[in-house]
Write a protein that binds this ligand. Structure first.
Ligand code: HEM
Length: 457
């Protein structure tokens, strides 16, 4: 299959002078990206507020940018620059030597064996959440599942990597993050582009940032005061010394890394799980298959990491949710030097967008692309597909450092909940997408937990 046209100019999407396609993109960036593929193909030039971007949706071209020639592409794009106030020059947003040094330093904290050892805590926190649900169950009380998942994943990432508990009732950090995140909608594009404007969105963002900053500073100060007794990512960061100068990491760098891990490590997984529960609520047969698997394999006992290979349907449900609603819905890059992509010249400085949401629903790569079909992820099906058609964690050197963490956590939480509950969408709950830093449910996700008959406690 080759859908890339052979002429030498990448088709340009027509739009208004200067503003370009802002209107259509702002209204619904996800639907718009799919329309671009339909109308203009797998490479298209789009202008938004004076800036041009090349939308890339062919898996060969994606492979070239993220893997084969990844050295020629950095993260100097507005998408990451707008995150600087939050995560500074942490692992997600930095480039070059700074990035490489930090990645090498942090990689051991994400070793499979270390993550496997966290399984019990992940399941324990999930069971504690289900305990909190208990009093309302059977009384028609709906729960904000999106908030429940945020709290759970924030607790898990805080305990796992920093040995702190951030999930306490109405966690300050979680609330502040929610407030900060709200600014990143396209409706606030001018507040993002002009952060000094005293708009409501900018003022709220600033005050949320202060709360988050002081919490992270406090975590660092506490650990510096009592350095012993923890073997976690925070210790690794604190103990790291520059090979040449012997200096430790500056407080600024530490703050940036902690903020990065807390943000990248909780919102993504929480949204993935929220969309998973939503999809299951709309697909009773798949929900029943999932319950059947967890009951058969686990019986009454809670899941453990060792059980995961025997829970393939659970894995496939989570993978399919990550396809339909990829939390990191868009990846951006800037070309450092001139390059060529599928026969087209890519001048140095070009900004590229790989909209994972569109890649994952590409009509020529996926059969019935909008349908929820977990069985797409059997080994045979995966083998048949282009390897770069499905990249929820990206690929190449900048691949998500937390991919194994997230997959383990996602499957364990899903199995633990599915063993005991089926979640039904609350009456009147509207469902829509809000592509912020990650892909959120626009109207939240209120759901009703229904106890599975004969389920374990
Ligand atoms: C379902 C959950 C998750 C998804 C879908 C996801 C997705 C991604 C994607 C697509 C990237 C590449 C971004 C880009 O190139 O612009 C990324 C990077 C990253 N993720 Fe994740 N992520 C998830 C969970 C996590 C977790 C649990 C952690 C940490 C505990 C984490 C930490 C990071 C970091 C630090 C980076 C930057 C890595 C680098 O550039 O070296 N993520 N993630």
């Amino acid at each position: 299959m080759n859908t890339i046209p052979s002429t030498k100019t990448i088709p340009a999407v027509p739009g208004l002078p200067y503003f370009g396609s802002l209107g259509a993109f702002q209204r619904d960036p996800l639907a718009y990206s799919l329309q671009v593929i339909e109308k203009y193909g797998d490479l298209a030039r789009i202008t938004i507020v004076g800036g041009e971007s090349i939308f890339v949706s062919h898996p060969d071209a994606v492979q070239h940018i993220l893997q084969t020639n990844s050295r020629n592409y950095n993260k100097q794009a507005l998408d990451y620059q707008m995150l600087y106030p939050l995560v500074g020059q942490g692992l997600l947003t930095s480039d070059g030597e700074t990035w490489l040094r930090q990645r090498r330093l942090m990689q051991p904290a994400f070793h499979r064996q270390r993550i496997a050892a966290l399984g019990e805590m992940m399941v324990g926190e999930t069971l504690a959440m289900l305990e909190r649900w208990q009093p309302g169950v059977g009384r028609g009380q709906a729960l904000a599942i999106d908030q429940e998942m945020m709290r759970l994943t924030l607790t898990i990432v805080g305990k796992a990597l920093l040995s702190v508990d951030l999930g306490a009732e109405a966690s300050q950090f979680g609330q502040a993050f929610k407030q900060a995140n709200a600014r990143f909608g396209f409706g606030n594009i001018f507040s993002i582009l002009l952060p000094w404007l005293p708009t409501r969105a900018n003022r709220q963002f600033k005050s949320a940032l202060q709360v988050m900053d002081s919490l992270v500073t406090e975590i660092i100060a506490q650990r510096r005061a009592h350095p012993a007794a923890h073997d976690d990512l925070l210790s690794m960061l604190l103990q790291a010394r520059d090979e040449q100068t012997g200096q430790g990491m500056s407080d600024r760098q530490l703050r940036d890394e902690l903020m990065t891990i807390l943000l990248a490590g909780h919102e993504t997984t929480a949204n993935a799980l929220t969309w998973t529960f939503y999809l299951l609520s709309q697909h009773p047969q798949e929900a029943a298959s999932l319950s059947e698997e967890v009951q058969r394999v686990l019986g009454d006992r809670p899941p453990a990491v060792d059980d995961l290979p025997r829970l393939p349907y659970t894995r496939m449900v989570f993978q399919e949710a990550l396809r339909l609603y990829p939390p990191a819905w868009s990846i951006a890059r800037r070309a450092i030097q001139d390059d060529e992509l599928a026969g087209y010249p890519i001048p140095a400085g070009s900004v590229i967008h790989i909209i994972l949401y569109a890649l994952h629903r590409h009509p020529r790569l996926w059969e019935a692309p909008h349908e929820f079909r977990p069985l797409r992820f059997t080994e045979d099906e995966v083998e048949r597909r282009h390897k770069f058609a499905y990249l929820p964690f990206s690929t190449g050197p900048r691949k998500c450092i937390g991919d194994y963490f997230a997959m383990t956590e996602g499957q364990l939480i899903l199995a633990t909940v599915a063993q005991r509950y089926r979640l039904a969408l609350a009456q009147g709950q509207r469902v829509g997408t809000a592509p912020l830093i990650t892909l959120n449910p626009r109207y939240g996700m209120r759901m009703l937990p229904e106890r599975i008959v004969g389920a374990s406690t």
